[in-house]
Write a protein of this length. Structure first.
Length: 452
């Protein structure tokens, strides 16, 4: 684990106000303090917290926490030399230190800490620049490249209504380096990425409106999910909201879960029925593998094993880089229907991010509990209090073992246990879906299916 300081490089190439000194003439009345933010660029990381401590203080300052491709809010800090600790909270509740380091904060300057590399041996990039209070309907772009290879990449900024030929070069950067900050007028732009010196576009974004009078840090990195082998750009400003720009030419992927016991097996078609369904012979209570396809809007149809139509005109929209799951089920009128879920593209290692869907028609809503060994539903901190019929909710669980329950609460606040799973261990790298559904073979008439 090591820290890479970009402060010297920024100062020497960007000539930013405030670099190299701490005199009052370098300081801004608009930005009178120092500022600290953290971005998580380690793809296989846990949600990572940052704690800072000023050398003269015994009080730790919680900067915040961020999962992969996310950032903490910007914190105003007293200038000085700080020790840093990056940590995550394990399943047992204990805090595990990932790395420690130091950083120097100065008034009117922002420091962005970026963690990158394998989480077992990460690196910390310390990017420091002066905050510019002279921007007038303008913004600055600072490029940080976290694409882990030996190549250099060029970032271009182009008018949203024009072509790449008219885009302007922001700068070039190799792995863990930055490009010279440049100033542009607020407007709507497209982002382009090429190899250094090349005019062949490797990445093109949808339009993005850049209208804050501030410094935008744009982090280029490898894309995850179906866009593997392609790139993504994370746009960081001074809030916790990171805007991830996907390549417009990236494919999408989706999979299907068949919750209809009477359609066993099922055929799933994109568009009209055909002799070659995209998923053939999908058994009831079964999740298909992911299928990669060109981004677009698709009609999804369902037929039985004899190709007799069960449902048509389902719609699934697959944007560039999207990962989705379509759940087929019987609605309250016994007609086939479908729910589309947006799956997480985050690596499922320390934290598991997945969707829970309720297709039990007999109740308006249910509650879902995730209970660790030694706990009860009342003591568990992981639950969905209200999940309406034919709806979905995302949940995040730390790695570990859980028994999962679905409960219905009536008007008198009496609880009914509808179904529960066995004690299940979440397996790293698995993309789960949890389905609460009818089960004619169960004593209660319902079941919970955790599928991957």
């Amino acid at each position: 684990m090591k820290i890479v300081s970009l402060f010297t490089l920024v100062c020497s190439t960007l000539w930013l106000a405030g670099c190299g000194g701490s005199s009052s003439s370098d300081e801004s009345a608009t930005y009178p303090t120092s500022y600290l933010q953290f971005y998580n660029g380690s793809a296989n990381s846990a949600t990572t917290a940052v704690v800072a401590n000023l050398g003269t203080s015994t009080t730790d300052i919680a900067i915040g926490s961020a999962g992969f491709a996310d950032a903490t809010p910007l914190q105003s800090m007293e200038a000085g030399s700080y020790s840093l600790e990056l940590n995550y909270t394990s399943t047992s509740g204990s805090v595990t230190t990932v790395m420690t380091d130091k950083t120097e904060l100065k008034n009117s300057q922002k420091t962005l800490l970026l963690i990158t590399g394998n989480y077992s041996n990460p690196e910390l990039i310390n990017l420091t620049f002066a905050r510019d209070d002279t921007l007038d309907d303008q913004f600055k772009v600072i490029l940080v490249n976290l694409i882990n290879n030996s190549k250099t990449y060029d970032l271009y900024l182009g008018d949203a209504e024009k072509t790449f030929a008219e885009a302007v070069l922001v700068g070039s950067a190799g792995y863990k380096t930055i490009a010279q900050a440049k100033t542009y007028d607020v407007d709507t732009y497209k982002l382009y990425l090429t190899e250094g010196g090349s005019k062949t576009v490797l990445f093109k974004s949808d339009p993005i409106t850049l209208n804050y009078l501030t410094e935008y840090v744009m982090v280029t990195r490898a894309a995850i999910g179906p866009a593997q082998g392609k790139f993504a750009i994370d746009v960081i400003v001074n809030t916790t909201s990171v805007t991830t720009m996907e390549d417009v030419n990236s494919n999408a992927q989706f999979r299907v879960y068949n919750s209809i016991d009477s359609v066993n097996p099922a055929n799933i078609h994109l568009g009209e029925l055909s002799a070659s369904p995209i998923f053939s012979g999908l058994a009831a209570d079964t999740l298909s593998p992911y299928l990669e396809t060109v981004a677009g809007d698709y009609r999804v149809s369902l037929s039985d094993q004899n190709n007799a139509l069960i449902m048509r005109n389902g719609l699934v929209t697959l944007n560039q880089g999207a990962v989705k799951t379509v759940v087929f089920y019987r609605d309250a009128a016994e007609k086939a229907a479908a729910i589309t879920l947006t799956d997480s593209k985050l690596p499922q290692v320390f934290d598991f991010n997945f969707n829970v869907v309720n297709v039990i028609p007999g109740f308006d809503q249910i509650s879902v509990y995730f209970v660790k060994p030694g706990q009860t539903m009342e003591t568990s901190g992981y639950y969905i209090s209200t999940l309406n019929y034919a709806s979905q909710s995302a949940v995040t669980l730390p790695v570990g073992e859980y028994t999962m329950y679905i409960v219905h609460k009536d008007a008198n606040n009496n609880k009914m246990l509808l179904a529960q799973t066995e004690l299940l261990k979440l397996t790293a790298g698995s993309n789960y879906v949890l389905v609460a559904e009818p089960d004619h073979y169960a004593n209660s008439g319902y079941k919970l299916s955790l599928v991957k």
